[in-house]
Design a protein around this ligand. Structure first.
Ligand code: F6R
Length: 241
């Protein structure tokens, strides 16, 4: 695991976008699983800027959804499909059909997970995983406890995640169940970028990097990936490096 500390959120976003762009330039058909949430939004805007300026071609990129709420229709602004559209696909001018979906709006979540897994396997696994850090160490919605070989599956969101997700939706009800890409696929990605920003992530980032490797902090498994890159701003990592 390699840690890059930036002065602030803006620099974290630029650095992350540069690393993403380098990966896509090296492999234009990169299969990338893409987090929603607040942390990577500006990085995606930076990536879109590189595309607009003609410095990057993402036309063959293969994005995968990381997670989805259960029984939230895709047209609902809370759906993570619509978040992926707003934050990632639209700025990069990628067609919606390009996103490999993890569908929480169907009748059978086991089928949705199996269909997603088939797509990940057909792609030969992820070339790139762009992740944010949950307040409890979740990656995607791999809530604690999550074993490193946890499959793509339905999960009940923990009170910590529910409280954190409530901040996204104002008055709207927070979904309590979700589907998540499993730890197994995330930890097998050829490149992992974990973006972390803000003082509220300080303790969980410390545990991620220096704590025991344990299902109780799923993100701690990144310690076992020598090439995983954590990009944190100074607010999240105020220590000397
Ligand atoms: C989002 C996701 C979550 C978030 C995490 C951090 O698709 O899977 O794991 O990345 O909860 O969220 P923010 O960035 O909003 O702090």
């Amino acid at each position: 695991m390699r840690l890059i500390v930036t002065d602030d959120h803006a620099e974290m976003s630029r650095t992350a976008a540069q690393l993403m762009a380098a990966q896509i330039q090296a492999n234009p058909t990169t299969a990338a699983v893409v987090a929603t949430g607040n942390t990577p939004q500006q990085a995606y805007q930076e990536l879109a800027r590189l595309v607009r300026q003609g410095q990057l071609d993402v036309s063959r990129l293969r994005p995968f959804q990381l997670d989805e709420y259960l029984h939230v229709p895709e047209s609902d602004p809370r759906s993570l499909f619509s978040w992926s559209k707003r934050a990632f696909l639209d700025p990069l001018q990628l067609p919606l059909e390009r996103l490999v979906r993890l569908r929480g709006d169907g009748a059978d979540s086991a089928d949705a997970c199996a269909s997603y897994d088939r797509e990940v396997e057909a792609a030969g696994g992820f070339d790139l995983a762009i992740l944010g850090l949950g307040p409890n160490g979740h990656l995607g919605f791999n809530e604690p406890p999550s074993e490193p070989d946890a499959p793509t599956r339905q999960v009940a969101l923990t009170p910590t995640s529910l409280a954190s997700n409530a901040s996204y939706w104002g008055e709207l009800e927070v979904p309590t169940q979700a589907l998540t890409c499993g730890m197994r696929h995330l930890l097998a990605a050829r490149h992992v970028l974990l973006l972390v920003s803000g003082a509220h992530k300080r303790d969980i980032l410390w545990q991620t990097i220096n704590g025991p490797v344990t299902p109780a902090v799923p993100s701690s498994y990144l310690q076992q990936l020598p090439d995983a890159v954590v990009i944190a701003d100074r607010a999240a990592w105020p220590y000397l490096t």
